[in-house]
Design a protein around this ligand. Structure first.
Ligand SMILES: [Fe+2]
Length: 457
């Protein structure tokens, strides 16, 4: 385990989303006036990490310059990691995954008792597309109980958005250290080396991975210049470094969904200073400023988008990260829970803590659900009946002590066999809707009130 201190509060990070930051663990370590001097201050090596193509438009261009004790190229050749991991997918096809339009729900997966670190405890659940073709996504989960030891992970395939559900993550990156608690998220962009310590032992969480793009803040449109996730609430680590020898240190590279290892004799967290806008960052979901209806009807869930990974089509997300935070429900003569729905997008949901407003039971913290493209979903029978029983004069109601979220994608996910065969699958999920009964009452003859007769309808 890394023994250096992890940040305890927000003041130990840089605030801001998409900023160009400069960070020095030793004053004067950053070169002045140029990126790659003949000899860098303190005898450091200059190394760029590019998160976009060199020629990406300036407003999208992401890169950082790292000034390090030894460059990251200083390692032995990569070799396939053995035994094979076997449960990570970055190119979803008929060979490695299946399709199933049924509503699927998973109970919380048990955290293993045998020693398992973040890498070994990470497994793909579903996804679509290909990291090779730089278009697609994967949804993973992790269950682990021990810190990564003398090794770092590097994801060459895409960006990770990690949602811890149980247990803090102490994440050491090349840009510095992050402490990420349940209720916060962390983004680890493609290519950064990082190590995960688990100070609380047994840990569980969700991971979205996007291929070929990065997360942005959503446009706010008529909402205006403020609201939802505020740029100032995203936190970026400050430079810190390790200089001691680390014999046998292993870099684990996820490359095309397969794991490779390379040995080196030093820590990859040897960056004394850095500058740029391609960085890891975290965000506390309790800082989200939700907007909602104040008169009638239920807003579309997109109103709660925290981050979006866009496609080239305007308004169509490769992957949206949406939350359902505590908030007031005040709509008049309105069915306040989420409406019944079929969606051209596919929706994967998780629950960090508490309950979810559309499910009276069965959807548990650490569990998950998948409602694929055009698969119907919505409130369960208990929720529907309880809502109707409350009547149209229901007082304003505050949803408390909950944090559910959704990964939503325009691509149709294929599901990994171990997720479909998992003992955590809730085979009775469909039962939550089977009890929905007809409330149809033809004696009210509402068709006439609508200006036409039954024979015309
Ligand atoms: Fe939906």
């Amino acid at each position: 385990m890394t023994t250096n201190k992890f940040p305890a509060d927000d003041s130990e990070y840089y605030p801001g989303f998409g900023n160009h930051f400069s960070s020095e663990a030793i004053a004067g370590a950053l070169p002045a006036g140029q990126n790659s001097p003949l000899v860098c201050p303190l005898g450091l090596y200059a190394e760029q990490i590019s998160g976009t193509s060199f020629t990406a438009p300036r407003k999208h261009n992401q890169r950082s310059w790292l000034y390090r004790i030894k460059p990251s190229v200083t390692h032995e050749p990569f070799k396939p990691r053995l035994p094979k991991h076997g449960k990570l997918v970055s190119e979803f096809s008929q060979v490695n995954s299946a399709i199933n339009p049924t509503q699927i729900r998973w109970k919380p997966v048990e955290i293993p008792t045998e020693p398992t670190d973040f890498v070994d405890g990470l497994y793909s659940v579903c996804g679509a597309g290909s990291s090779f073709l730089r278009h697609g996504f994967a949804i993973h989960m992790y269950t682990a109980n021990k810190s990564m030891e003398n090794c770092a992970f590097c994801n060459a395939d895409g960006d990770f958005l990690i949602v811890p559900q149980q247990g803090r993550l102490w994440i050491t990156t090349e840009c510095g250290k992050l402490q990420v608690s349940p209720g916060e998220i962390v983004i680890l962009p493609q290519g950064f080396r990082f190590s995960v310590d688990l100070p609380d032992g047994p840990s569980r969480g969700y991971v979205a991975e996007v291929f070929g793009t990065h997360f942005h803040l959503p446009d706010l449109g008529p909402i205006g210049a403020n609201g939802l996730a505020s740029a100032r609430d995203f936190l970026v680590p400050k430079a810190s470094f390790e200089e001691e020898s680390r014999p046998g240190y292993t870099i684990i590279q996820k490359f095309g969904g397969e794991l490779f290892t390379a040995k080196q004799d030093f820590s990859p967290f040897n960056v004394v200073a850095w500058h740029g806008n391609y960085v890891p960052y975290k965000y506390d979901l309790s800082k989200f400023c939700p907007y909602n209806t104040v008169l009638v009807d239920h807003g579309d869930p997109s109103i709660n988008t925290v981050l979006t990974a866009p496609t080239d089509k305007p308004g169509v997300a490769l992957l949206d990260f949406v939350i359902f935070p505590p908030r007031w429900l005040v709509a008049e003569h309105t069915f306040r829970p989420p409406y019944y729905h079929r969606n051209c997008m596919s929706e994967f949901m998780g629950l960090i803590h508490g309950g979810y407003e559309a499910k009276a039971d069965g959807f548990l913290p650490g569990g998950a659900s998948l409602h694929s493209c055009m698969t119907p979903h919505g409130p369960d029978t208990k929720t529907y009946e309880a809502t109707i029983a409350r009547g149209s004069d229901a007082a304003p109601h505050r949803i408390k002590d909950t944090m559910a979220f959704m990964f939503e994608s325009c691509l149709m996910p294929r599901i990994c066999p171990w997720a479909l065969d998992s003992p955590s699958i809730d085979h009775d999920y469909y039962q939550c809707w089977i009890g929905l009964k007809s409330h149809f009452n033809n004696t009210e003859n509402t068709s006439l009130q609508n200006g036409h007769t039954e024979s015309e309808a």
